[in-house]
Design a protein around this ligand. Sequence first.
Ligand code: SF4
Length: 206
Amino acid sequence: MTYSHDVLRVATISPDTEAEGPGRRWAIWLQGCSLRCAACCNPEMFDPRRGTETTLAVLDAQLVAARTAGVEGITVLGGEPFEQPAGAAALAEAAHAHGLTVMVFSGYELAELRARPDGARFLAAIDLLVDGRYDRTRPEPPPPLGRRWIGSTNQTMHHLTEAYRADDPRMRAANTIEIHWKDGQLLINGWPSADALVRGIRTKEP
Ligand code: SF4
């Protein structure tokens, strides 16, 4: 499946979460992942035909609203963000234009991404990259022994810009789970393990 540069196939969006990276973030789960790691926590996001096609114009308006509300950055995950590299690059560039930082979770390793001719533009717009396939045989221990937001010990957090410091205390805080009420449905996001702290329920709509 090919994607237009101004449309992304989206699984879901959390407009204001503190469970998917440093600080308050606008998080987007992109639909489609061909890597299919065993025990992936989002198998419903494998099929690239599912999800909702969403224009960058619509997403850009959400970024403006998020920035106005005090969100500090966006997080792009999925699914596999680099399976929609042009649209994801445009989204990340828009985020920077609005003063938002960009964090991305990819199942591909950084060396693989750098070898891809279609990955350079997206990579250039990322501040914080967590790379590598999830390996359930090598689980990351929970913080403070392990790293926050990291699933398995083979994965690496790359600081591609100076937006975040490795010694930022938020990098070693406990993982969290959030429960949101959105569009008439419950959305649970964050860290799917027993060590995670449940941050509470936010009602986004009456
Ligand atoms: S790369 Fe990520 S989304 Fe894709 S199968 Fe692996 S853990 Fe799941």
